[in-house]
Each structure stands twice: as C-alpha cells, then as structure tokens.
Write a protein that binds this ligand. Structure first.
Ligand code: SF4
Length: 347
C-alpha cells in the first residue's frame, strides 16, 4: 500500500507517538474525524469498527458491529480497501472472506488472549490424540487454526453447530472453555472435549460479582452479549443461576440494541466488554446502562487509538495477509458454519 506523501494534515500526523502500548498523541476530536473521513475517501476505503472500539473510533466508522457481521459487510462492500478497527483475528477473518481486497488494521499488535490460547501446532497435536474427532472452533481463532477446523461457530450458534454432528463422533471444541462448558451442558454430550483457553477480560466478570449485582439491583435486567470471548463466562454463570433467569437476556448485537429500544426497564446491567455501552446508550438514552464490571475492558481493542487509525490511513499499514491455501481452508470452516445455522451477532 502506498504512503500518502504530502496529502495529509501534518499538524495532526506529526503528533503521532509510537510506544510499547501502541500509538498515541492524537485526540479523537472533530478535526481528527474530518481528516480520517478525507483520507478514507482518498484511499477509496471503508472503515469497519467492532463494538468494543473506543467511542471516537465507532463514531467515525462506516459500520459498527461484531466481528462476523463486519467480515460479511467487508466481503459485500464496493470498496477495494477495508480498514478494520478491531483485533487481528477479526481483520484476518475479513481477509479470509475477501481474499482479493486489501485489508488494513490500524495496529497489528492488537491481538487477542483467547485467540492466542491455541496455536495451529497445538490443535494438530490434539487432533492426533483424537483421530476421527470433529473440530469445532470459536471464531476467535487465528486463520491458521480455522484452517485446521472442520466447523467454526459463534456463541450464538455453538450449540446448534455441535448438535449437527452425529452423536457417536467425538468433538474437539476450542479455544474457549466457558463456551465449551455451556455447549456441553446444553447438548448433554459426554464426548465433547474442551480446550482450556480463555479471554483475559473474563476475570472481570465472575459469578460472585454477577450474584452481588443481582441482589443490589433487584429491578435491573441483565444483558449478556457473548459474541466476544469476554462474556462467555457470564453466559455460563447465568445458566448456573448466578442471576435470576427471568431477568437475563442473552442477545446478539442487533438483538441487544432492539431489546434496549423495547425495554421498559429503567436500569440494565451489561455483562460484556465496556465498549458495548456506547452503542446501547445511543440506542436507548432513557435507560441507565451499567457495566457488570467496569474493569472489563479489552486492552487489545483499545490499541486502535485515534493516532493508530490516522497512521494507518497515511501509511497504508498494517496490511493483513493470509496465505491463499490457509485462507481457502479457513473459509471452508466458516462457510460450513453459515450453512448449518444462523451465526447471529449483529445482522
Ligand atoms: S475481549 Fe477477550 S476475546 Fe475479545 S478481543 Fe479482547 S481478549 Fe479477545
């Protein structure tokens, strides 16, 4: 990708600082937003932002949603360049579904502790220990892991995907242990082997905290948006009775926004990464939305700063590349998922 020499606002770009925690030094203000929109036009690019992005990034984007919905938007978009404001595996998924487009991520260091829980080598070794097993992987995995997978799943369709596999076949489920435990409980399947991976944001949403919130907010509803790994523990705990079941709503992004608009509750507790609160407050300004844990913030998502996005648009970096064979194999596992059931989450 070409660097846009001389065609950018140096007063802004000169402020960009690259540090170990990411790019900083630029405010997400109106001048920045105008420059971002101008550079997107210049590049003929569309900007997609995940729900857990900083509010300024969400507000300047063309589309906001969950990773799979955004990847499908990327594939259908008329633009040849996709700027994906999210973590690396999400940008990879966009590339898998749009192999001929240029996919940029504002900072390729934005990883994911859940996706990093299993490597392709580890999955190959696990498969060798369970010959004949069917591999089901959550979408929060690298392209290389998806390429070793039979069927991908999201939290919305994981139960349906596993239920579609003949009962006598072993299933290897990775990498999220909470989603795996939820699926095992829902299907009653004893031949479901679960990888012990997790997202670091899980630690902020535990059973005691959920039960304490239920006691101290007796009229509040609980929204759980489990698309990203950060809330799969809440999904599991809600099923364990940590929160009264009649007040729990397990919802995709689109479902959550619809439920917010229709809700008569005055307060809603949200069990997911705190970035989701921004879209909910915009959708239903009359409701008091509170995070079950306001420390449930993903540091990787927050690496996509105003400075990182500006640098990305000026330099045409970081470009996401996935080997063609790996992409083709990964695409098969994603396509099988779509054929089996509604992946949900934001459409
Ligand atoms: S919230 Fe968790 S699962 Fe989602 S990107 Fe961050 S580390 Fe990964």
């Amino acid at each position: 990708m070409t660097v846009l020499t001389g065609s950018f606002d140096a007063a802004l770009t000169d402020k960009i600082v690259d540090g170990p925690e990411g790019f900083s030094g630029v405010e997400g203000d109106a001048a920045w937003a105008a420059e971002v929109r101008r550079l997107l036009d210049l590049r003929g690019a569309t900007l997609l932002a995940h729900n857990y992005q900083l509010p300024a990034i969400q507000d300047v984007a063309d589309h906001v949603g969950d990773s799979l919905a955004l990847s499908r938007i990327a594939a259908e978009a008329p633009e040849d360049t996709i700027v994906f404001a999210g973590v690396h595996f999400m940008a990879e998924t966009a590339k898998i579904l749009s192999p001929d487009k240029t996919v940029l991520i504002p900072d390729q260091r934005a990883g994911c502790s859940l996706a990093d829980s299993i490597t392709a080598d580890e999955l190959r070794a696990w498969k060798a220990d369970h010959p004949g097993a069917v591999v089901v992987s959550y979408v929060n995995t690298t392209a290389a892991v998806k390429a070793e997978t039979d069927i991908c799943c999201t939290s919305s369709n994981a139960v349906e995907v596993v239920a579609s596999i003949p009962a006598d076949r072993d299933v290897l489920f990775c990498p999220d242990q909470f989603l795996g435990a939820h699926v095992r409980r829902m299907t009653g399947r004893t031949n479901l082997h679960v990888w012990a991976g997790e997202c670091h944001v899980h630690a902020g949403i535990n059973g005691e905290e959920l039960a304490a919130q239920a006691r101290s907010h007796p009229d509040a509803e609980l929204f759980v948006h489990p698309e990203c790994g950060c809330a799969t523990s809440a999904l599991y705990l809600a099923g364990e009775g940590a929160f009264p079941s009649d007040r729990v709503k397990i919802l995709s992004t689109g479902g959550m926004l619809d439920a917010a608009k229709a809700s008569r509750a005055t307060q809603v507790l949200v069990a997911t990464e705190v970035g989701m609160l921004h879209q909910l407050r915009r959708a239903a300004p009359g409701i008091d939305f509170q995070a079950v844990n306001d420390r449930a913030s993903c540091k990787y998502m927050k690496m996509i700063t105003p400075a990182a996005l500006l640098r990305c648009l000026v330099e045409g970096a970081d470009e996401v590349d996935v080997d063609r064979d790996v992409a083709a194999a990964a695409r098969r596992s994603v396509t099988r998922m779509i054929e089996i059931g509604q992946p949900g989450g934001g459409e």
